[in-house]
Design a protein around this ligand. Structure first.
Ligand code: N01
Length: 541
């Protein structure tokens, strides 16, 4: 069972060196790092426990899509050598157990204030401090404000009327209850077929009487081929961990892969299909996305993978209409692909139905269930797997006011503007961990988190060494970085899909590709170079 701090004295210090927002993997490591530097810090966490994403997303079937031995902290060799990972792709409870283990091992809880959402922060330019406010009327001054708020943490429900009128039980995958939900004998409807839907649908189908899936856009999904880890592979990884971690940091996505050398269009169909088959069998998304050099940049190359996956789906799914409906039409990889266990197979079960919302759109949620343009479906349970206001939602939900009352939300109304995804002009001493404009969601998050936390801690150390108080991106460096991030994206197929990467899932959100797609290795070099040049592009005072 997971230990949670249910009751805690609300010992909020009036003033600290750093206020950290969020006790997920970013906030926990940052707190540890601040303490190592001899600084005071307080972490505010909305949940009742640590773990961030892994605290909230407790839906059935939730797992990570990066292997456990790679999706783990590297900052402590003892932790790395001792932690007993069990599965190749660990479940949410296993990852949450790890987060709790880290919190205990490094005695983090005593500086984390749980069940407390930060509501606003205002920069005081005279005193050169942030004044941070919480929902419980805490007021803390801090030299540094670090938003460790995660990229997929601000949940989103569908824009349809009547959600609150449903008389049955509703669940949201990202706000799942702590106790187990029993679907036995229930008629269940689920809206959403991104990673959360794709992972939960097969598990819900195991016990539900009837499961109806409402799909607007199909996902590309690869079988995870999850299994228990063998002792010999754990031992091998531990023996070579330092070299592996280095390779992670230099890689494109924070997971070392064999770098492709050939275009999908220069090889024979047999060679191409063999490469796709190998990736499919490997159960690794990065293997699939790095089969050929031009997968992300050439529509024609990408079409070969698309056609190949469509064939796979049609091989697995028996009903030709259902199979057709499950075949995505956007380029592979331009929306986040999923990793599943028995996803496509689940549609062969007699009690599982697929409703294609492209043909019959959602109209409303009713007292009894869900109405599409065609009919009303009756349910005992509705599950919303409808995603997040990604990358910016958790940042702009806090009323952050920089110099002269400048609002982060307003400044970002036409898309996020950052330098390196770490800071934003007009907001001195504000840091974001894996913010928009950094590789973040296109990478193994833990690799990116550690890199940002280390960089931020070094920058703070630098200020102190030099007797300086503030650091802030210059508008010029920020403009150039935003242009660079956009330019890189423009060479790819990413902008062709209506993805949350583009903000396209949130009505009214400006359409712009938010993550940096040049790879974590290149990005790290850039950040290191900026630091080596005395924090080039930042003004220090
Ligand atoms: O959310 P999503 P998610 N009417 O946005 C649909 C990470 N993650 O929670 O695509 C009807 O991907 C929406 O349809 P559309 C991972 O990075 C990782 O599943 O907008 N449908 C879509 O099908 C992932 O990408 C793991 O047309 C509506 C779905 O809801 C990210 O989190 C597991 C709708 C939302 O899919 C988000 O995943 C889970 C509406 N009004 C999550 N609004 C792993 O590690 C939304 N939808 C494996």
């Amino acid at each position: 069972t997971i230990q949670e701090t249910a009751t805690q004295s609300r010992n909020v210090p009036p003033s600290v060196d750093a206020v950290i927002v969020g006790a997920g993997f970013s906030g926990m490591y940052l707190l540890h790092k601040m303490r190592q530097q001899g600084r005071t810090a307080v972490v505010f966490e909305a949940g009742a426990g640590v773990g961030g994403t892994w605290y909230w997303n407790r839906y059935p079937g939730a797992r990570v899509d990066v292997e456990s031995l790679a999706y783990s902290y590297s900052f402590s060799e003892d932790l790395e050598q001792e932690y007993p990972w069990e599965e190749r792709y660990p479940t949410q409870p296993e990852i949450l157990k790890y987060a709790n283990h880290v919190a205990d091992r490094f005695d983090l809880r005593k500086d984390i204030v749980f069940r407390t959402r930060v509501t606003g922060a205002t920069w005081d330019d005279e005193r050169k401090v942030w004044l941070v406010r919480t929902e419980h009327e805490d007021a803390v001054t801090a030299r540094f404000l670090v938003m460790a708020t995660g990229c997929l943490s601000s949940p989103k429900l569908p824009e349809i009327p009547g959600i609150e009128t449903f008389k049955g039980t509703s669940y949201q995958t990202s706000r799942w209850p702590h106790e187990q939900v029993d679907f036995t004998g229930k008629r269940v409807g689920i809206i959403g077929t991104g990673s959360s839907g794709v992972q939960s649908i097969p598990v819900i189908a195991e016990t539900a009487d009837e499961l109806t899936v409402f799909q607007r856009t199909p996902s590309y999904s690869l079988p995870a081929r999850n299994r228990r880890l063998r002792d010999d592979e754990i031992a091998e990884m531990r023996a070579g961990y330092r070299a592996y971690r280095q390779a992670q940091r230099e890689s494109g996505a924070g997971v070392p892969v064999v770098v492709p050398t050939k275009s999908a269009l220069e090889v024979s169909a047999e060679e191409r299909n063999a490469a796709f088959e190998q990736a499919w069998e490997s159960g690794s998304l990065v293997n699939l996305l790095s089969t050929f050099t031009d997968f992300a940049t050439s529509q024609e190359a990408n079409d070969t993978a698309k056609a190949w996956i469509h064939d796979k789906i049609r091989d697995i799914v028996k009903d030709p209409q259902v199979a057709d409906d499950l075949c995505p039409d956007y380029p592979v990889g331009t929306k986040r692909p999923c990793l599943d266990t028995n996803y496509y197979e689940t549609y062969n079960l007699p009690h599982v139905n697929l409703v294609n919302l492209r043909r019959t759109p959602l109209v409303e949620v009713t007292e009894k269930g869900i109405r599409t343009s065609e009919q009303e479906y009756e349910f005992d349970v509705i599950v919303y797997a409808t995603g997040f206001d990604a990358m910016t939602g958790a940042l702009t939900n806090v009323d952050i006011r920089g110099r002269d009352g400048l609002s982060l939300k307003e400044t970002w109304s036409a898309g996020p503007r950052t330098y390196l995804g770490i800071g934003s002009a007009g907001f001195p001493n504000l840091f974001m961990i894996t913010g928009p404009g950094s590789p973040s969601v296109l990478s193994n998050m833990i690799v990116s988190i550690e890199q940002h936390v280390d960089w931020v801690a070094d920058a703070i150390e630098h200020l102190d060494r030099e007797g300086l108080r503030t650091i802030e991106p210059t508008p010029g460096a920020q403009e150039a970085w935003v242009d660079h991030v956009n330019e890189l994206a423009s060479y790819t197929l990413y902008p062709r899909a209506n993805s949350w990467y583009m903000g396209a899932n949130v009505p009214g959100k400006t359409r712009v590709f938010m993550p940096y797609c040049g790879g974590v290795g290149e990005y790290r070099k850039k950040c290191d170079d900026v630091a080596a040049k005395g924090y080039e592009g930042f003004s220090l005072a």
